[in-house]
Design a protein around this ligand. Structure first.
Ligand code: HEC
Ligand code: HEC
Ligand code: HEC
Ligand code: HEC
Length: 170
């Protein structure tokens, strides 16, 4: 009986966490802009970084060359390049409106934001992190893309790179 009860409890938990996860969709950097524009400047810092340009750059001459070396004719439409150069490519069923034009967006690092961004404030942060999927990334997140899969001579040092894109709380 106790076993059965705990089985039911586990099922309920799974159900609840599935519902929560189902709410977490990728909304795009536009969904963060209104609150992260002035104080902390997270949005402007991102918008002037290479991450915001990562999709546009797939249309340039340098990208065509990288494409040729990797058997890719059209980098800006090929999954092989899009998977690291856009957040949208990995959003799939969790796409809540993000497009390739966002390049590598906030949510590649902080997790899909549709649930945690609602009414976000200093008092909601703890709950956002424990229940709504807000992530403060470590280098493990960066290395999902900053690796040598395509770019054989790429190197990555977290502190050095982070200093180029660091942004603050509002
Ligand atoms: C309704 C306004 C609002 C929106 C929309 C919003 N944020 Fe925030 N966010 C805040 C505020 C206010 C804080 C600062 C809380 C504090 O000072 O502790 C914050 C803090 C954060 C933090 C820092 C958490 C920490 O550990 O202190 C991250 C990361 C973050 N937001 C990411 C995002 C992302 C990504 C989006 C878009 C998907 C987003 N926010 C949308 C208001 C917002
Ligand atoms: C595993 C993830 C990953 C894949 C897959 C990937 N890239 Fe990249 N790409 C990166 C990262 C990370 C950088 C930034 C490297 C740095 O500057 O340290 C980058 C940089 C570039 C740059 C240089 C941009 C600039 O500012 O000069 C070009 C061009 C490029 N990639 C094209 C491509 C093309 C074309 C493909 C597909 C054939 C591709 N990439 C696939 C992660 C990836
Ligand atoms: C490339 C990954 C990456 C992207 C893209 C990114 N962030 Fe962050 N963000 C981080 C990391 C890592 C930290 C942890 C703080 C540190 O080491 O400085 C952070 C910290 C923050 C903080 C808290 C700063 C503090 O002082 O505690 C806020 C707020 C935030 N990010 C919001 C955003 C918003 C909004 C966007 C998009 C407009 C965004 N971030 C895009 C990686 C990213
Ligand atoms: C979803 C894939 C992805 C993730 C995750 C990611 N990046 Fe990037 N990053 C890229 C791509 C792609 C580029 C190259 C964009 C371009 O120039 O076209 C890049 C470029 C950069 C650049 C500019 C290159 C330079 O040296 O000037 C910095 C800095 C950077 N990333 C830091 C980080 C840090 C720090 C993290 C983790 C907190 C991170 N990135 C996470 C894909 C990613």
């Amino acid at each position: 009986m106790i076993k059965k009860m705990s089985l039911i409890a586990v099922c309920m938990l799974l159900l609840v966490s599935n519902v929560l996860l189902a709410q977490n969709k990728y909304v795009g950097a536009g969904g963060c802009k209104m609150c992260h524009m002035t104080k902390g400047k997270a949005w402007p810092t991102w918008n002037t970084s290479k991450h915001a340009q990562a999709f546009e750059n797939l249309k340039g001459a340098a990208a065509l060359k990288v494409g040729q070396d990797n058997g890719v004719a059209s980098p800006s439409t090929d999954e092989k390049c899009l998977k690291c150069h856009t957040t949208a490519a990995s959003a799939k069923a969790a796409n809540g409106g993000i497009t390739n034009a966002d390049g590598v967006s906030c949510e590649s690092c902080h997790g899909p934001g549709s649930a945690y961004k609602v009414g976000m404030s200093s008092s909601s942060i703890a709950n956002a992190k424990s229940k709504l999927g807000l992530i403060i990334p470590t280098s493990a997140v960066c290395i999902k893309c900053h690796n040598t899969e395509i770019h054989k001579s790429l190197t990555f040092d977290f502190e050095t790179k982070m200093n180029l894109i660091r942004h603050k709380n509002p």
